[in-house]
Design a protein. Structure first.
Lengths: 974, 179
């Protein structure tokens, strides 16, 4: 019910939103939770396992119960905490995990069966038959259990990620955090103050306390204003710090647009990576839940939340409220409720010496033993002394003491320390380098002490970083810290709940201990305690207390489970922001790209590059028709192919030759200037890493090429060799892939075509495997005489900016000669026909000997991989080695199929090799393939069985030399 | 014989909120990587030729005739002038003309946009005018240099110019759409 006055809401403005279709009114400043309570709605969800009714328990991000689905359609977001979601006009919210409706949930029948459904029930019961787990039991169980569901389609909006840097990160903007930021800010340090709430102040926004003679919220607002005016301070509200990582980096989740109506381009969340030299953890404390029978009934609420709803949102969470707790927290709750005109039906105080009160009954030495009410609380059953009695209440406020929020201090592996005096886990000292806990996160509970500790932490951090700390400026504030009840677990006859999200009871924890799962980590896995979206924020300490009692450990909880980021749920869409669609990886486009796509060429990815697959022409119905034509074009006329994407590395220096001798299996120092040599590089383990050409441009100047996809790997290898293995060599190398556009011109008419682009034909006279400078259409370029097709071939290179123009010209010239552009499909067929290898063959498992290039391994020098390549396993003649295959009856061959001896069963144990590359040879009019076959070269002429189990092919093939046309190489030397 | 025409790295530049974009005109670019023991001699000679030192890590130097931009340990780009002949033999000189997509971004949103793409601190106190970093823009290797209070020069591989615009467009729109 909304109170007539008070609260930090804008009463002038009316908003409305829907909850399960029902219209709910609200004001700016309301959360969905405060608006629901103002409208008298207590039942907001169902629990994960037993579908028990769930109400609002807290007023912050720790809320385990009130989880809603926000929005509709693909952009909807499940498991949003009603206590965090701000209301905007037109907001749609739905309750979750109920069927068919929230108030009539037929799945609640699970709850009646709960005696059979305790922890471990599924695993013990659905063991047999084994196969039925995946097929039957698990799907049924999963349908019955769960929280909200994602939509199958991606949402329309994209989230964001961002980086920020500061001297001091202050985690939390309550009294301690504000003072830390103020001290460091005044000292001149660069400060980021991150607060997950919508405004600064922390508990001061929810309590009726005075700070520095002002109401707490007003004091917080004045500090916030001072901080906002400092250019060196950045205030980030709606931003929850989610984790502490190495090197002073922190993750943080900002609600950018989650509190507003969706708008195009506006992210819902931003995931921040904040790098900070120092940090102050002022994350505050959460009120500890009380564990008693029936403590999960809607209407049971944290006393701190009751005060927050009263004071911040002017909402009374009930008409008749009972209080279970002790000390200042319990008394203040009672007084503030009375002040708001709410009836307090009783204060159940476990302290036997609790004093009487004038305006409400007090039950000293009492505790709650049960609750009643169908979908919400109506009666509280209590026991005090020897008396049991019922108290009317539609809301029960529980004050069980406080749990410091130590999580972030424990993200690097340290465990918190139990402090018996304060009855709380405290952050371990020095657990995150540079991070200092302060305030109630550090177990310091009075407001005055929080202010002092926060100031000190900020001032010391600033001084550490070379700033002069300002004079202390501490306002007056409440000095009493409040009391923690002697116990926060009171078991009665019924079920007492620990984890409200996963329906874990005290009985489950005891059962876990009884079965030997008595360590916290084992208990967690046995019971699922703390494994839901709130990660046990509201329940772990209680569960650990029960476990300690069950295992006979005295003096408080024995150890904890591991704290891991994130502190609050982080959508994957925020962590992976920017990576959707074409944001996943950069796209590299070569100089020919626009012209190629104008031709309608489908593109294939090679590493990050996009290359033309084939160039369809009018009348061609399939890719094969285009590919066959392009192959014939190259064999009979002339073809042009963009090879700019191959890696190009420029190697220079007095020791360039020595360096290349060390990385290639062959000698490059003996190469003459103006000549090109084919080279192989091995990895240190002796297997082939990459192949390519090496051109000598000058005495101490080489240009090497790598395959497109391995360019990065080769560069990395070079860096490793130069820095680690041969720092003695004076050599530099740099990628020039991006500096040159390079086109292969291949076919009998290649020279004729190139002649049209050059002022004279001198460059075209270079021998096979030669290189020369050449002016191409008035531009200084290079001409290589190399061939990957087996035809007369050149590669012409010009500075990249001229590439687009040259490509259009060169393709037009080729077409006028009866040729044209060819793509990756034809390039592949041309090289298979010649038996040239690609990474289909050198896939990391092949030796130089396996691919028939053993003769390229120099015996006169050392090189990387030489020693390892001489190991017996790598030189075994029985290895699978490269051969060609021709199907006996002209059938289709496919890459990936296995080879067997004729007559052997086509089973794994009999496999003798496999096909690496297969294609239809337009030149030969039949399918051909390259394959690895045991003792391959010794079996030329043998007929073997080819089986592709996946595609159902089973044919006989003739083993042949892996060169199908022009084995002597006369054409390319023409 | 007709001469080939030169194409820009960016076919067209989009209009973005809070940012204005222009393609940087670098002209001739040569990577200068000194051989062992040559750095000092090269630096004094560069001083004589262009009035510039060989740049220290993170440094970019601009003179009347040329610029020198640090791009990695032992590497700098000489921009806008042909390398003097005497450099040959003392340093590896590698032509890199046109190999980069150079984008000048300017405007009130520039720091906010780059804070979402570049994982280093680009605030003016630690990254003043003339400072350069070899870093990432989104998933791309890049050089980022501050040229003015609200002006940065972004350099990525020429082949990735489209992805640079894609990332900047998405980010600039998201920044502009913030409440």
């Amino acid at each position: 019910m909304r109170l007539a006055t008070g609260g930090m809401i804008d009463r002038e403005t009316q908003l409305s939103f829907r909850f399960d279709g029902r219209i709910v009114h609200a004001h700016p400043g309301d959360t969905v939770a405060s608006a629901l309570l103002a409208s008298g709605i207590r039942l907001v969800g169902r629990s994960f396992k037993y579908h028990r009714p769930r109400g609002i328990l807290t007023a912050g991000s720790e809320e385990p119960n009130a989880l809603l689905t926000v929005g509709k359609g693909p952009g909807r977001e499940p498991n949003v905490r009603a206590t965090v979601q701000e209301v905007w006009d037109g907001l749609e919210t739905q309750s979750q995990n109920r069927w068919p409706a929230l108030s009539l949930d037929l799945m609640a029948v699970n709850d009646l069966a709960s005696p059979f459904f305790g922890a471990g029930f599924y695993y013990k019961t659905f063991m047999w038959p084994r196969k039925a787990w995946e097929a039957l039991y698990e799907p049924v169980i999963r349908r019955a259990a769960g929280l909200g569901a994602l939509h199958r389609d991606p949402g329309p909006g994209e989230d964001e990620k961002a980086f920020a840097f500061c001297d001091l990160l202050v985690v939390g903007g309550g009294p301690a955090g504000l003072m830390a930021a103020l001290a460091a800010g005044r000292a001149g340090a660069r400060v980021i103050l991150a607060e997950e709430d919508t405004r600064l102040g922390g508990r001061l926004l929810a309590e009726r306390e005075h700070v520095g003679g002002q109401p707490g919220a007003e004091w917080a607002a004045s500090v916030a204003a001072e901080l906002a005016a400092m250019p060196n301070v950045r205030i980030m509200t709606r931003t929850a710090v989610t984790g502490a990582y190495d090197g002073g980096t922190y993750g943080a989740l900002e609600r950018v647009g989650a509190h507003l109506a969706p708008e195009a381009d506006r992210p819902r969340y931003a995931f921040w990576r904040i790098t900070a030299k120092r940090a102050v953890l002022a994350a505050g404390a959460l009120e500890r839940a009380m564990t008693f029978s029936g403590n999960d009934r809607p209407g049971v609420m944290m006393a701190s939340a009751v005060r927050a709803y009263l004071n911040r949102w002017a909402v009374a969470p009930g008409k008749e409220v009972a209080i279970f707790g002790t000390g200042r927290a319990a008394r203040a709750t009672a007084e503030q409720l009375l002040d708001a005109g709410v009836t307090v039906t009783g204060l159940i105080d476990p302290d036997p010496g609790a004093r009487e009160a004038q305006d409400y009954p007090v039950f000293p030495g009492g505790h709650v033993i049960g609750t009643h009410g169908r979908q919400g609380l109506s009666l509280v059953k209590i026991s005090h002394g020897l008396v049991e009695q019922n108290i009317r209440a539609d809301c029960l406020a529980t004050a069980g003491g406080w749990n410091p929020q130590v999580n972030i201090a424990c993200h690097q592996g340290a465990r918190p320390v139990w402090d018996a005096e304060r009855a709380a886990f405290l952050p371990p000292e020095g657990s995150v380098p540079g991070l200092t806990p302060a305030g109630s996160a550090n177990g310091t509970f009075s407001t005055a002490a929080c202010l002092t500790e926060g100031w000190r932490a900020g001032a010391i951090a600033a001084e550490d970083m070379g700033h002069k700390a300002p004079a202390a400026d501490l306002p007056e504030a409440e000095e009493e810290a409040g009391a923690t009840p002697a116990s926060w677990v009171y078991e009665g006859p019924g079920r007492a709940w620990l984890d409200f999200q996963n329906d874990v009871t005290t009985k489950d924890v005891k059962q876990s201990a009884a079965e030997g799962f008595s360590a916290p980590e084992h208990m967690k896995r046995y019971t699922t305690q703390g494994m839901a979206t709130d990660q046990g924020k509201m329940s772990n300490v209680n569960a650990l207390s029960v476990l300690a009692a069950a295992t006979g450990v005295a003096g408080g909880p024995a150890g904890t489970t591991t704290y891991r980021p994130p502190y609050v749920p982080v959508p994957i869409s925020a962590m992976g922001a920017g990576a959707r669609g074409s944001g996943f990886a950069p796209i590299r486009r070569s100089a020919s790209d626009a012209a190629v796509r104008e031709r309608g060429a489908p593109m294939v990815e090679a590493g990050l590059w996009y290359r033309a697959s084939y160039f369809p022409r009018a009348g061609e119905k399939t890719w094969r028709e285009a590919c066959d034509r392009e192959v014939r074009m190259v064999r009979h006329k002339v073809g042009v192919c963009d090879v700019s994407t191959l890696g190009k590395i420029d190697v220079q220096g007095p020791d360039a030759a020595a360096f290349l001798d060390f990385v290639y299996t062959g000698a490059m120092s003996t190469l003459k200037t103006g000549r090109v040599r084919y080279g192989l590089m091995l990895r240190e383990d002796g297997y082939v890493m990459d192949d390519g050409t090496c051109a000598r441009l000058g005495d101490s100047h080489y240009l090497i090429t790598t395959t497109t996809a391995a360019a990065g790997q080769v560069m990395q290898h070079f860096d490793m060799v130069a820095q680690v293995l041969r720092p003695d060599l004076d050599v530099t190398f740099t990628s020039v892939t991006e500096a040159w556009a390079q086109f292969a011109v291949a076919g009998p008419q290649a020279r004729v075509l190139l002649r049209t682009l050059m002022e004279d034909d001198t460059p075209l006279q270079i021998p096979f495997m030669g290189v020369t400078d050449a002016r191409v259409m008035g531009v200084p370029g290079r001409l290589f005489r190399i061939s990957f097709s087996g035809e007369l071939g050149f590669e012409v290179a010009v500075p990249v900016a001229y590439g687009a123009a040259l490509w259009r010209l060169i393709v037009a010239q080729a077409e006028s000669l009866g040729g044209g552009a060819y793509g990756m499909e034809a390039l592949n067929v041309l090289r298979v026909e010649k038996g040239f290898i690609t990474h289909a063959e050198i896939d990391g498992r092949a030796t130089a000997g396996d691919i028939g290039l053993g003769s390229m391994m120099s015996t006169r020098k050392d090189y990387i991989g030489r020693a390892a390549a001489e190991r017996e396993g790598l030189t075994d003649p029985g290895r699978e080695r490269l051969v060609g295959l021709k199907p006996v009856d002209g059938a289709r061959l496919t890459a990936g199929g296995f080879l067997f001896s004729r007559g052997a069963a086509a089973e794994r144990v009999n496999a003798e090799g496999y096909v690496t590359s297969a294609c239809h040879s337009a030149t030969l009019g039949r399918d051909i393939a390259l394959a690895f076959l045991k003792r391959g070269p010794e079996r030329i002429g043998e007929v073997v069985r080819f089986v592709d189990h996946l595609r159902g092919t089973d044919v006989l093939c003739l083993v042949c030399e892996p060169t199908f046309i022009d084995p002597a190489g006369g054409r390319m030397r023409a | 014989m007709p001469r080939l025409f030169e194409a820009p790295a960016f076919a067209e530049l989009p209009a973005l909120p809070g940012l204005s974009l222009a393609e940087g005109q670098w002209g001739v670019v040569t990577e200068v990587a000194p051989f062992k023991g040559e750095l000092e001699g090269i630096s004094s000679a560069l001083q004589e030729a262009f009035g510039l030192d060989y740049p220290a890590p993170g440094e970019s130097q601009t003179g009347d005739k040329a610029r020198l931009l640090w791009v990695g340990p032992g590497r700098a780009l000489l921009i806008g002038a042909e390398p003097p002949e005497w450099l040959g033999g003392r340093a590896a000189l590698t032509g890199q003309t046109g190999a980069q997509a150079v984008l000048l971004v300017d405007g009130p949103a520039v720091e906010a946009v780059l804070a979402r793409l570049v994982p280093v601190d680009l605030s003016a106190e630690v990254f003043p005018e003339g400072r350069t970093a070899r870093t990432l823009i989104g998933h791309m290797t890049a050089s980022v240099t501050r040229l003015g209070p609200a002006t940065f020069e972004l350099v990525v591989m020429r082949s990735m110019s489209g992805s640079l615009l894609h990332d900047l467009t998405r980010t600039a729109r998201q920044v502009a759409a913030r409440p």
